[in-house]
Design a protein around this ligand. Structure first.
Ligand code: UDP
Ligand code: MG
Length: 320
């Protein structure tokens, strides 16, 4: 059983992998721990997989999993955790944006007894300004309405003790929002502030479309408010309608019938039709997620493996 399992999800990161492997070997050597590293290839279309194979052949501590297609970073991390044997797992992006110098600090804190040691992004200068702004809005929304408190700036770059990993392995939801899950499991946690570095090579894999659906997953997995809010909106609107009925009813009784009112009528019809469609849409979003969970498909499919066989789910690991 290695002390540390490193899990790196990657999608088309061929140019970064060798540097990542070398940096990991160096830093973990300085920490005086035994380790294994699992590269999870999330359906790359470049030659990432060939590179992983070569790295695994040269060094028995490295192994690789190759997905049958792109399942997304959250699922790739889940697969890495499934296959890790170590007493603790370090999750790190493959694009070299997460500074290696934090790893010794993570390990030191882990040795002090913390089970969930996370990197805390202090600024987001490496991201475009619009993304920055939208991200901040999203976290504020989640903070306001979510059921689980996320530590500010927390990210996937972290060390999880075996106990925390085993807890995460029990959460098999498909619409995964890992940052929420790390917070949901709890355990003694410690945040280590850091600045994100520039990408080694290539560009971000998260366009605005992908980020938006990721944000929806996050909000809907950790808050039922979008569902519940319609009860209140409905109540308010009905109250308003009743008041209006009273007003117009008595006005008609007193002053008789008057015909004008087309504009106000059409506007209110359009407005409430819109509200109904939105609320139906929100229901649809949740139902689609329920449908996904109910289908009970596997989280991911592995097409190929490299290096020493990574632990299959259910096989013994450090906790057994
Ligand atoms: N990634 C992945 N699957 C995807 C998208 C990204 O495994 O569908 C990996 C990617 O290769 C990188 C990490 O997740 O190692 C973070 O992605 P990226 O750098 O594109 O995101 P950003 O740093 O811009 O948030
Ligand atoms: Mg990145």
């Amino acid at each position: 059983m290695p002390d540390i399992s490193v899990v790196a999800p990657l999608f088309n990161e061929s140019a970064n992998l060798r540097r990542l492997a070398e940096a990991l070997i160096q830093v973990l050597k300085s920490c005086d721990v035994t380790f294994e590293a699992i590269f999870v290839d999330d359906g790359s279309t470049d030659d990432s997989w060939e590179t992983i194979r070569a790295i695994c052949e040269a060094d028995g501590r490295f192994s690789g999993l190759s997905f049958s297609r792109n399942f997304g970073k959250e699922i790739a991390i889940a697969a890495g955790l499934d296959h890790a044997r170590g007493k603790a797992v370090i999750i790190i992006d493959a694009d070299l944006q997460h500074p290696m110098r934090l790893i010794p600090i993570f390990i030191a804190k882990w040795r002090e007894g913390y089970k969930n040691v996370y990197g805390q992004r202090m600024t987001r200068q490496t991201d475009p300004r619009l993304r920055n702004f939208l991200t901040r809005m999203f976290y504020r929304l989640l903070d306001e309405f979510g059921d689980t408190r996320l530590p500010p700036g927390s990210c996937d770059f972290r060390l999880l003790d075996r106990q925390a990993v085993d807890a995460l392995l029990k959460l098999r939801e498909r619409a995964r929002f890992n940052k929420g899950l790390y917070a949901w499991i709890g355990f003694k946690s410690f945040g280590v502030p850091f600045e994100m570095q520039e990408r080694g090579s290539g560009a971000t894999k998260f366009g605005y479309g992908k980020l938006f659906s990721f944000a929806l997953d996050g909000l809907m997995s950790f808050s039922a408010l979008p569902l519940k809010v319609w009860t209140y909106v409905g109540l308010a609107v009905s109250g308003l309608a009743l008041t209006m009925a009273g007003y117009y009813g008595s006005r008609t009784l007193i002053f008789g019938v008057d015909v004008p009112g087309y504009a106000s009528l059409i506007v209110s019809i359009a407005f409430f039709a819109g509200m109904q469609l939105i609320s139906l849409g929100v229901l649809g979003e949740y139902i689609a997620r329920i449908f996904d969970e109910v289908k009970d498909r596997p989280l991911y499919l592995i097409a190929d493996r490299a290096g020493k066989k990574p632990r299959a789910p259910g096989e013994p690991c450090a906790s057994d």
